[in-house]
Design a protein around this ligand. Sequence first.
Ligand code: SF4
Length: 440
Amino acid sequence: MANEKTFYLETFGCQMNVHDSEKVVGTLISQGYRQVESVEEAGLVLYNTCSIRDKAEQKVFHRLADFRKLERQGKKFGVLGCVAQQEGERIFARAPHVSLVCGSASYRNLPQMLVEVEAGKRSTGLDDRQTTETFETEFTARSNPHRGYITITEGCDKFCAYCVVPYTRGRERSRTSDAILAEARHMADSGYTEVQLLGQNVNSYRDPLRKKTFSELLASVGQVPGLKRVRFTTSHPIDFTRDIVDAIDAVPTLCDHVHLPVQSGSSRVLEAMQREYTREDYLERIAWIKAARREISITTDIIVGFPGETEAEFEETLSLLDEVGYDGTFSFKYSPRPNTPAQTMADSIPEEEKARRLAVLQEHQKQIQTRLSKRHTGQTIEVMVEGKNRAREQLIGRTSQNKPLNFTVTAGNPEPLPGSYVRVHVSASFPNSLLGEMVG
Ligand code: SF4
């Protein structure tokens, strides 16, 4: 179609970025654009970027270099998200074919910025990091019709020594509980049965109208008619309070899963990371979670090779894995990021040693997961159906504890549709998934 405005958007990084992209897509559609599936078909090519690790950042510049020649066909290029905020107008020097650079707290200005870009100008939206505004939009193009994200906080005030987020997403600000609940009700009315409350640190949620604490908000969202599952991420141990566990106990729709990033099992390393808690503080929170009436699955994030981490301190992390018994971990090698306090510390652990520690940790965790996963064999667990693995002739489900549970349906029974909830008898357990057969 002549003069039709089309865009392609690729997203890198965390769930916050994935959800930001849903809002950006909705905003562009409201401005008359149509989303397409490839760079070749698009008039406007956008990358929503992540700068949490150097690798993620380099990937974006490689993508931009790969498609540079397409500029001659009149395509416009834009960089959104954390790399945009971090690098600002330096992106124009590194990739001169880029005409739009926009950080996440400036997305409300996108419609005006797009007009400038369409007129052949360059447009830059860099955030005022002191902003107290949140990005509220009625135009969110959610990619899944059953399960969706709701932002409750943006930015972060924690300033962990290794992390770029406070510099790229700005200071922490919370949406009102009224706005969050209205969005949850609207989603439930539109057929969503699962929502995930999102923020860099949801536990420090502060209702600007002072109506609700985080645990009260959680309980209220859990009571929205029509919602069957409510999740939240990410938590921070220092702000994780006992009443969150009480809320999970009291409201059955709150999922029995807590992702509680620990980063290290050594109190000395935690202090150097400016995490504000000790190993003992962390284990106290774990004890609250384990004392819940329902069994709550616990997962975490870990960084190995932080500057100065000794072998003995690394082994403290391994012993913490044993002590907690995580159902899953996301583990990474430390890499220095621009503007962070840790960047000025000597990156003292050689890359090969970081890689060795990471491999040891991941193998150790795999053994733990293999052992822990066996407890599910013989259980009957409710799953939300996510889709079908045609090659294996299995349906893909997810448990409230956030574990993939793949299953078959007895011959003659109808296959449940994506988004429906069914009960599955678990016949086999693996470190990262479960296998079973639908009951009934
Ligand atoms: S809590 Fe720490 S690691 Fe998490 S986003 Fe904030 S600064 Fe980064």
